[in-house]
Structure formats: structure tokens, C-alpha cells
Design a binder for this molecule. Structure first.
Ligand code: COA
Length: 260
């Protein structure tokens, strides 16, 4: 499928999805959200894709937020729909995807941009990256899961400080606070994320999906994460990947996982 606002590139079983609206600092409009949903769904459905990297085009921005021009005249009902649809189509969708998603934060990640990065399974930032949830400066709050995921990732006090002051933090503070896992020079960001994806590729894809599901279960108050872990752990034993992984270890060779 061809996209108007994205570039999608498959390289060694890693799908690199680049948001491509650099003149608007890759701001997320309705079309971009819908295209991201389809591109990610397509990558997830492709058994050869073992990891997805999300990034932004240009040197300045990952994503500078939801497209403010699109919602400035919305009423209460339209706002609820925007938030609900966006969470379902993109943010919750990414968080619960079975294929691992890494956000390569190559510049500004603000508002919906930081929310997008936080929906990914983890984040790496370039040294010029700046992150924030500045929505209260527009008289609104984050609506794509930001109030929930920021507090999960960096704790309530720091999350509220960032949200209430609307201030950006730089890459080094983001790393110190656990919002990003590592920082690289901008020109090395993609290569570093690819190297992490390559490490994941050596491991059982079904086990990786089970790990995502089990870790996410910790943040869902309606379910017991330990119970999910038990059932996901047990399910692995029924997979060919588990037989292959344990056999390869005992035979002192590299496992060849097929995701079955
Ligand atoms: N929505 C819509 N358009 C956006 C945008 C957004 N979230 N962020 C940036 N843009 C557009 C600007 O309107 C501008 O478009 P124009 O050239 O047609 O006027 C273009 O992207 C470049 O942005 P500009 O503001 O000129 O760049 P800058 O280097 O001066 O400032 C930022 C960069 C990121 C500090 C600034 O763009 C900004 O504050 N953006 C909004 C951030 C925000 O509040 N996000 C949360 C939204 S919920």
C-alpha cells in the first residue's frame, strides 16, 4: 500500500515507518493517524516483519503534536470522538501490538508526538530531541493516553510537573527519568534502533509477543498480570518455537525460530 504521509521501508525483516510531513514538523492529522494504523497493521500481519521502528522525517521533529489546525474549532462531542478514535486506532493499537515497536525519537516529540512515542514498547532519542506534553498551554489536556502513560513511565510527580508546566525536557533528562532508554547522536539513531531490533530478531517471536502482553497486563487494572503471565508462559510450551529454542540450546546451535 502507498501512503501520502508516510514512508515505509522494509529492511532485513525490520519495518521502518517514517512520518513524512516535515514542513508541519510531522504533526499528526487524521490522515496520518489512519495511515499509521494501516501501515502498522500491515507490518504486524507480515510474518517476515520482526520489529517496527517509528520515526519522523527531517532533522527537527519526530512529531510536534496532533495537528492543532484540525481540532481548534471542535465541540465537546467531536473532541471525545477524536480522542477515543485516536486511542483505539493508533495509541492502544501500538501498545498492544504483538510485533515489537521502537520509537526512534529524532527531534521534537510534543503532545500527540510524545504520546505516540510512549505507546511504542520503548524509546530511543537523538541528542537533539526535546519532549513534552504542552497541551495545557492550549487550554486542553493530553487526549491520546498521555496522562496515563507518562505517569506509568516516569512517575506521577514528574508527569504532573511536565504536564502542568507544559515545559519540554531534553534528551538527557528524558533518559535520567526513564522516558527513553538511550541517547545517540542524531546520525546514529536509526542504526542504533536497528541494532536493537536485530537483537530481538534472534529470539522467539511468539515469546516476544507473550512478553509484551504480560508486561502490559501490569497496567490494566481489570486483569491480574500474574494470571496473564501464567497463561502466556504455558502457551509458549505448546509452540514449535519453544521446542526449537530448547532443542537448539541442548544441541549447542543457534535457534531458527519460525514464529509458530
Ligand atoms: N499542529 C499543526 N501544525 C504544527 C504543529 C502542530 N502541532 N507543530 C508545528 N506545526 C507547523 C507550524 O504551524 C508551522 O507551519 P507553517 O510553516 O505553515 O506556519 C510548521 O509546522 C513549522 O513550525 P514552527 O512553529 O514554525 O517551528 P519552530 O521551530 O518555530 O517551533 C515548535 C517548533 C515545535 C516549538 C512549535 O512548532 C510548536 O510549539 N508546535 C506545537 C507544539 C504543541 O503544542 N503540540 C501539542 C499539540 S496537542
Amino acid at each position: 500500500m502507498r501512503f501520502k504521509t508516510l514512508l515505509v521501508h522494509l529492511e532485513n525483516d525490520i519495518s521502518i515507518i517514517t512520518i513524512d510531513r516535515p514542513k508541519k514538523l510531522n504533526a499528526l492529522n487524521k490522515e496520518t493517524i489512519s495511515e499509521l494504523h494501516h501501515a502498522i497493521k500491515e507490518s504486524d500481519a507480515n510474518k517476515n516483519v520482526r520489529a517496527i521502528i517509528l520515526t519522523g522525517n527531517g532533522e527537527k521533529a519526530f512529531v510536534a503534536g496532533a495537528d492543532i489546525s484540525e481540532f481548534s474549532d471542535f465541540d465537546v462531542q467531536q473532541a471525545a470522538q477524536l480522542s477515543r478514535e485516536g486511542q483505539m486506532l493508533l495509541f492502544d493499537f501500538i501498545e498492544n501490538l504483538s510485533t515489537p515497536v521502537i520509537a526512534a525519537v529524532n527531534g521534537f516529540a510534543l503532545g500527540g508526538g510524545l504520546e505516540l512515542a510512549m505507546a511504542a514498547h520503548f524509546r530511543v532519542a537523538s541528542d537533539n530531541a526535546r519532549m513534552g506534553l504542552p497541551e495545557v498551554s492550549l487550554g486542553v489536556i493530553p487526549g491520546y493516553g498521555g496522562t496515563q502513560r507518562l505517569a506509568q513511565l516516569i512517575g506521577k510527580g514528574r508527569a504532573l510537573e511536565m504536564i502542568m508546566t507544559a515545559q519540554m525536557i531534553d534528551a538527557s533528562k528524558a533518559e535520567q527519568w526513564g522516558l527513553v532508554n538511550a541517547i545517540t547522536p542524531q546520525e546514529e539513531l536509526l542504526a542504533y534502533c536497528i541494532s536493537l531490533a536485530e537483537k530481538m530478531k534472534r529470539n522467539g517471536p511468539l515469546a516476544i509477543s507473550a512478553a509484551i502482553k504480560s508486561v502490559n497486563a501490569n497496567f490494566d487494572k481489570s486483569i491480574n498480570g500474574y494470571d496473564i503471565e501464567i497463561s502466556e508462559f504455558a502457551k509458549c510450551f505448546g509452540s514449535k518455537d519453544f521446542k526449537e529454542g530448547t532443542t537448539a540450546f541442548l544441541e549447542k546451535r543457534k535457534a531458527n525460530f519460525l514464529g509458530e
